[in-house]
Design a protein around this ligand. Structure first.
Ligand SMILES: Cc1cc2nc3c(=O)[nH]c(=O)nc-3n(C[C@H](O)[C@H](O)[C@H](O)COP(=O)(O)OP(=O)(O)OC[C@H]3O[C@@H](n4cnc5c(N)ncnc54)[C@H](O)[C@@H]3O)c2cc1C
Length: 748
């Protein structure tokens, strides 16, 4: 058949050129990419998001059983846990709390009912973690890990029927406690460089000689490792004697390793940021397991990387985003209340603009993180494997949690610095670096994963073009490339017009019934087109080198992530019933995101090695324009929402474990209530410029009002007070303290 003019004279030279510049996919990368799918991020990548897809998604909801679980067992479990005691005295959950977790199925939330688990939805799983995290991080991590990336998730996704039957009921009942061992002494972010190995050999198992694996490993930082009964172990499998087949280096493999086997060592502990969940190293020396301990059986030998990526796609979108949502909501709850009860310069500090700014940042982060968590779990519950979105959520939820907690610390000042049982911010403050580090350290997630992998997955044509280029048959390769390349060109031309038109006219696409948030939809459409065009230019000019240009990749990832989070905020507003009062939160979140997107694209263009890209893109996209953040008016409105009781505040901080009245949080809630009730009296006194005593003497206050004010003032004093310790109390925390002195004469 005759080759068309286009194919012969245009596509063929481009095909040749593209082979040199476009990144090639290794077999491992291809497997990792195929292990996840795309969702709304692909719409944002297209430059023309389909808003109906977003709006038609069902809002996540708990069923009756899931609601009862949170109100019953979750609440009872939290009541058993005293975070200060664990981190400063006992170093572990109480024994009865461990038993309670086992007896009530907490370790089997993701395991279907037919295997003895609770069979919860991703949303319910996330709600449980969020609820527990609102009380204790140690408790939340303990529940999170068996339900996240690890043996349970891996067996569910890849296990053989026999493995499911044998292991899932025991994991669900807590008879088996799992840990997941990927990180090695020598390989952290680059887990594929691990030196932990398994060699195919024969060995004794239940009195018979069977084909199996001899394992040697040294893992570090493994959560639950000190107490686990089964390790989900990742290692590099080799078959030097050809006992399984012809391949010697089989590759990364995941297997189940009971920890009572000879050669396994567990029990030693790390102390992660003073947060005393069980975490430690594990080593194994010449540990033998039969081949059927490979998760998925022998045919999954060497497919561990794909399995890990696939399992991570679910867990990473649930655990840390839920914990971050709890922490940020707590920051909004406490900072709003504290800023109302704490007065300086005779005014509540929440009335000062300088305090309102961080308060608004905290509140809008709380809104947006929870919006992202809901959208993500809803998509997971639709059955998607969200490789890119879960990375976006992991990075941005933990990063914003860090900013929110830092802001909360700044507003609380001395109150937040002094450690003790009354300090409700310290436990989460200590935890922040853990969230940043685990499940893909944040720097590597931002620079390498979100856009690096997201681009290939979510771009409408790129992966198909790369696959066409890798097709070994030259004619078939050219044919496929011809189709996808010209579709790509068509897409780019349309995107260019769309991006330019919307950047100059402000007329992006918005649903006709979007109501008061229509301008946000329009701006999001505008930035989606701008992002799609900038990303295309980056592919065109950098090709495979884009992988190594981490700063460019990170900025493009930031733009994609911010768009996802703004879309999630819009979805939340819609799902919650379009509350007018919540609009300042949506606007603050959107304005913050748009400013970041504009800056990210501006800096991407400025740093593109080919300078002509800037000359072409700047006049079309105007990336530096409209990058102002939220206005002072919006900031003040958002700060006001958390400064006083109202329905928006309730929606923002809902669903936390109710604190004990004498705890730091309980005292704060009481003081907030009493101060608000006394507000009319306080105002009267303030305008008369009198102290309560002077007010009473001058007849401005009745005796009852004076007493009411005193009760409120006493409650405030209890909150503003910080912990202090008698020497004998300190001696319990620091047993050596009283026996030593810095004074030489005392030591003699
Ligand atoms: C408390 C805690 C619990 C954990 N639980 C588990 C567990 O249960 N199971 C498990 O297997 N592991 C666990 N980990 C390990 C965790 O996943 C690793 O710490 C993480 O992968 C990072 O590895 P690393 O600490 O060795 O840092 P490194 O890999 O040494 O990284 C150091 C820094 O370099 C950055 N970096 C590395 N490569 C790149 C790159 N190419 N581009 C840009 N930046 C890069 C990283 O982002 C990081 O900021 C846990 C860790 C901690 C601290």
């Amino acid at each position: 058949m005759q080759m068309s003019f286009r194919k012969r004279y245009l596509t063929r030279p481009i095909h040749k050129w593209a082979k040199g510049v476009l990144p090639t996919l290794s077999a491992t990368e291809a497997e990792a990419i195929n292990s996840g799918d795309v969702h709304f991020e692909a719409e944002l990548f297209s430059g023309k998001p389909d808003w109906a897809m977003l709006r038609n998604m069902k809002a996540p909801q708990l069923n009756d059983e899931e609601t009862a679980f949170i109100e019953g067992p979750c609440r009872a479990f939290c009541d058993m846990v005293d975070p200060w005691e664990i981190d400063h005295h006992t170093g572990d959950l109480p024994a009865e709390a461990w038993d309670f977790l086992r007896e009530n199925g907490f370790f089997g939330m993701i395991i279907p009912k037919q295997h003895g688990g609770l069979g919860f939805s991703a949303y319910a799983h996330s709600e449980v973690v969020r609820y527990i995290a609102s009380h204790s991080v140690v408790a939340a991590v303990t529940v999170m890990v068996p339900n996240s990336l690890g043996p349970g998730e891996l067996i569910l996704q890849f296990g053989t029927d026999d493995q499911k039957a044998a292991w899932l009921p025991r994991l669900a009942s807590g008879e088996e406690l799992p840990a997941f061992g990927l990180t090695s002494e020598d390989a952290g972010s680059d887990a594929s460089a691990m030196t932990d190995d398994g060699v195919i050999c024969t060995g004794q198992w239940n009195g018979e000689e069977v084909l199996g694996i001899r394992l040697n490993w040294a893992k570090r930082y493994i959560t639950l490792s000190p107490v686990c009964t089964v390790l989900g172990l990742a290692f590099k499998l080799r078959d030097p004697d050809g006992l399984m087949g012809e391949t010697e280096d089989i590759g990364i493999t995941c297997a189940l390793v009971p920890t009572d086997l000879p050669g396994v060592e567990i029990g030693r502990r790390h102390l992660p940021s003073g947060t005393m969940f069980q975490n430690g190293p594990t080593t194994g020396k010449d540990v033998f397991i039969p081949l059927d301990h490979i998760i998925g059986g022998p045919e999954y030998a060497g497919r561990g990387w794909m399995m890990l990526m696939s399992a991570l796609a679910a867990g990473r979108g649930i655990s840390l985003p839920s914990l971050s949502a709890a922490a940020t909501a707590m920051a909004a709850h406490t900072t709003g209340a504290y800023s109302r009860i704490r007065t300086q310069f005779s005014l509540p500090i929440g009335l000062f603009g300088g305090v309102q700014e961080p308060m608004a940042r905290i509140a809008s982060s709380a809104y947006v993180i929870d919006a992202g968590r809901r959208l993500t779990t809803a998509a997971l519950d639709e059955g998607h494997k969200l490789a890119v979105i879960s990375a976006i959520m992991k990075y941005h939820a933990t990063d914003r949690m860090r900013d929110a907690i830092n802001d909360a610390m700044d507003v609380h000042s001395g109150k937040a610095v002094i450690d003790g049982p009354l300090n409700y911010l310290q436990p989460i403050y200590r935890t922040i670096p853990i969230g940043i580090t685990v499940e893909g350290a944040n720097i590597v997630t931002r620079n390498l994963i979100i856009f690096g992998q997201g681009a290939i997955r979510a771009h409408p044509h790129l992966l198909k073009e790369m696959q066409a280029l890798q097709e070994p048959d030259e004619d078939a390769s050219l044919d496929a490339f011809d189709t996808h390349f010209w579709a790509h060109v068509n897409h780019s031309v349309r995107t260019t017009f769309r991006a330019g038109w919307s950047a100059w006219t402000g007329r992006g696409n918005a649903p006709s019934d979007a109501g008061k948030v229509a301008p946000i939809y329009r701006r999001l459409s505008r930035w989606s087109a701008a992002f799609a065009l900038t990303a295309d230019m980056a592919f065109l000019t950098l090709g495979g080198a884009l992988k190594r240009k981490e700063m460019i990749s990170a900025r493009l990832g930031d733009a994609l992530s911010e768009m996802y989070l703004i879309a999630a905020a819009l979805k939340r507003w819609e799902d919650e019933g379009r509350h007018e009062a919540d609009l300042p939160l949506v606007h603050h979140a959107a304005d913050t995101g748009f400013a970041r997107i504009g800056r990210a694209l501006d800096e991407t263009i400025a740093n593109m090695p080919a300078k002509w890209v800037g000359w072409v893109l700047r006049p079309i996209l105007r990336p530096g324009a409209h990058t102002r953040g939220p206005s002072d008016k919006v900031t003040e409105a958002v700060a006001k929402l958390v400064y006083e009781p109202n329905a928006s505040r309730d929606r923002l901080v809902w669903g936390a474990h109710p604190p004990k009245p004498d705890s730091g949080l309980g005292l704060l809630d009481t003081a907030f209530k009493l101060v608000l009730e006394a507000e009319p009296i306080t105002k009267r006194l303030r305008s008369a410029r009198k102290s309560p005593r002077e007010g009473l003497d001058a007849g401005i206050l009745t005796d009852a009002e004076f007493e009411q004010l005193k009760r409120a003032e006493d409650a405030v004093q209890k909150v503003v007070a910080v912990d202090e310790y008698a020497p004998e109390e300190l001696a319990q925390l620091f047993p050596d303290m009283n026996r030593r002195s810095t004074w030489p004469e005392a030591a003699e």
